[in-house]
Design a protein around this ligand. Structure first.
Ligand code: AP5
Ligand code: MG
Length: 219
């Protein structure tokens, strides 16, 4: 399946994508994780992206679209992919459509994770992620690791993202409303969107996501 996940910062896109990717045996592609991997390796792309990310702004499309397309051309996407955090504005959605059309493929669905803003703020405040693998995501209260500060999956050190500050989160939420929400309407016009509540336990949300994707696959 070829799926796009959308939802505000802190909705649980990364958390759900990590589980769904394993269940569906398709790669989880997060542009945020790709940028953070570049930052930790101090690549030129990482250095450019960091300034935007720490302020909560979008990294410019020229950089982001090229990086996403390169990733989508990797052979592991042959059976599908789960996009998390891309596309994030109309220009990126149109660029993705053009890329897929050139490859002769289409999206199967867009899963829209809905969660109130006060919940998002609580989720982001307690988030910790693994230095070895940014897809390993925890929360100090809601989804704690067995040993504080240590990743259950790989033993890596857990840290707090540098854009999880009050100011950056406020900007990220604004950017989500102005830049990203319009893509939900864009995809709704293509009949691709299913909206699910992202409230409740992680596995309850996963079940809702699986049910929604199965309903879509069944037509
Ligand atoms: P990105 O990394 O994509 O961040 P984001 O969209 O702000 O989303 P988050 O990762 O904050 O939230 P999430 O929905 O993944 O939630 P998570 O699963 O972690 O992007 C960061 C930056 O990179 C952007 O601001 C931009 O600068 C740049 N960027 C990335 N893509 C770009 C693009 N396409 N174009 C331009 N720039 C781009 O969960 C959050 C917390 O909640 C965790 O602690 C988790 O444990 C907890 N949690 C999850 N589910 C539940 C649950 N059901 N109940 C309780 N707690 C839960
Ligand atoms: Mg994420």
């Amino acid at each position: 399946m070829r799926i796009v996940l959308v939802g505000p910062p802190g909705a649980g896109k990364g958390t759900q994508a990590h589980v769904l990717a394993k269940t569906l045996s398709i790669p989880h592609i997060s542009t945020g994780d790709l940028f953070r991997a570049n930052i930790s390796q101090s690549t030129p792309l990482g250095l450019e992206a960091k300034g935007y990310m720490d302020k909560g702004q979008l990294v410019p499309d020229e950089v982001t679209i090229g990086m996403a397309k390169d990733r989508l051309l990797q052979p592991d996407t042959a059976q599908g992919f789960l996009l998390d955090g891309f596309p994030r504005n109309l220009a990126q959605a149109k660029a993705l459509d053009e890329h897929l059309a050139a490859e002769g493929i289409t999206l199967d669905g867009v899963l829209d994770l809905e969660v109130p803003e006060d919940e998002v703020v609580k989720r982001i405040a307690g988030r910790r992620l693994c230095r070895n693998n940014g897809a390993h995501v925890y929360h100090v209260d809601y989804n704690p690791p067995a040993v504080a500060g240590v990743c259950d999956e790989c033993g890596g050190e857990l840290y707090q993202r540098s854009d999880d500050t009050e100011d950056a989160v406020r900007t990220r939420l604004e950017v989500y409303h102005t830049e990203t929400e319009p893509i939900i309407e864009y995809y709704a016009q293509q009949n691709l969107v299913t909206t699910i509540s992202a409230l409740g336990k992680v596995d309850e949300v996963t079940q809702r996501a699986v049910d929604a994707l199965q309903a879509r696959a069944a037509g």
